[in-house]
Design a binder for this molecule. Structure first.
Ligand code: LHQ
Length: 263
């Protein structure tokens, strides 16, 4: 376990588990938590033994977005929110989307504002039965950020995305599952164990292939079919030379379980 104040960092059999840890504020982001989260992700990325990342929250919330107590409105100053987004939220979302390993969000409770969209930027979203996803931005005169106008409509369609963003209405875990917004719902008591089980399972899979799948599916949004088919060809050419492809085929032929190294 590494020493941070606003997050916890642990490693479980090839998976890095990062827990947002400001439970009194429902794990809302201040600058320190952004910096520590970034450092923890770097720690995971730079450790060759880590092949999955799991993000969750301490206490009854996953993350309530930006810490709204962080700004001094009494001074009459009009803050530059773009600066905060440029410095912290945008790099975080881009990092989660580009990490060459699966990223899981275990949404243990309410996920609001940027907290909801950071969860939805992850490759797998598991939610506790009591979790809620809230595009809270419009309630305070803002527009969704952290990918909320990009990832959310791609997950659930424009109509539902606009509805959620313009009303700030909470979506419960079962509805999120039915709408295709998330991967799975688990009982509150078992969510963490289920998420760690998925993370350690994925950490033992052919990581290069999983990273290629992630990138190819994400990149497809900007590609026409011909370009995407060419991308798939190039990926397959690269993966076809990997140790894990050889191991996967050998294990199949020998009727045994493969032992993937991620190479
Ligand atoms: C909080 C927060 C919070 C501080 C709960 N801050 N304390 C990017 C760039 C720059 C600026 C602006 O924003 C962004 C992106 C964004 O994320 S904007 C959206 C920011 N988030 C929100 O608007 C959500 C605000 N929170 C809520 O609406 C509610 O707290 C939810 C619906 C999340 C949960 O409601 P409850 O379950 O009823 O809990 P609660 O409201 O009682 O909160 C518990 C405590 O957590 C409470 O503190 P207290 O001392 O009274 O116990 C809240 O003040 C604190 N808290 N969210 N974002």
């Amino acid at each position: 376990m590494s020493e941070f104040d606003t997050i916890l960092y642990e490693e479980h059999g090839g998976a890095a588990v990062i827990t947002l840890n400001r439970p009194d504020k429902l794990n809302a982001f201040n600058e320190q938590m952004h910096r520590e989260l970034r450092a923890a992700i770097d720690l995971a990325e730079n450790n060759a033994a880590i092949r999955t990342l799991l993000l969750t929250g301490a206490g009854r919330g996953f993350c309530a977005g930006q810490d709204l107590g962080d700004r001094d409105f009494d001074s009459g100053e009009r803050p530059d929110l773009g600066q905060t987004i440029e410095a912290f939220y945008n790099p975080l979302v881009l990092k989660l989307r580009s990490l060459p390993m699966p990223v899981i969000a275990a949404v243990n409770g309410v996920a609001a504002g940027a907290g909801a969209n950071i969860a939805l930027a992850c490759d797998f979203v598991l939610a506790a039965r009591s979790a809620r996803f809230i595009q809270a931005f419009c309630k305070i005169g803002l527009c969704p950020d952290s990918g909320g106008t990009y990832i959310l409509p791609r997950l659930i369609g424009e109509g539902r995305a606009k509805g959620l963003a313009m009303t700030g209405q909470p979506v419960d875990a079962e509805t999120a599952l039915a709408w295709g917004m998330i991967w799975a719902v688990h009982d509150d008591e078992t969510l963490r164990d289920e998420a760690i089980a998925l993370a350690t399972h994925l950490a033992a899979q052919p990581t290069m292939a999983l990273a290629a799948i992630k990138q190819a599916i994400q990149d497809s949004y900007g590609n026409d079919l011909k370009t995407q088919l060419d991308t798939e060809r190039d990926i397959q050419r690269r993966l076809g030379r990997s140790d894990d492809y050889r191991e996967g085929v050998r294990a199949f032929m020998e009727k045994r379980k493969p032992s993937f190294t991620g190479n």
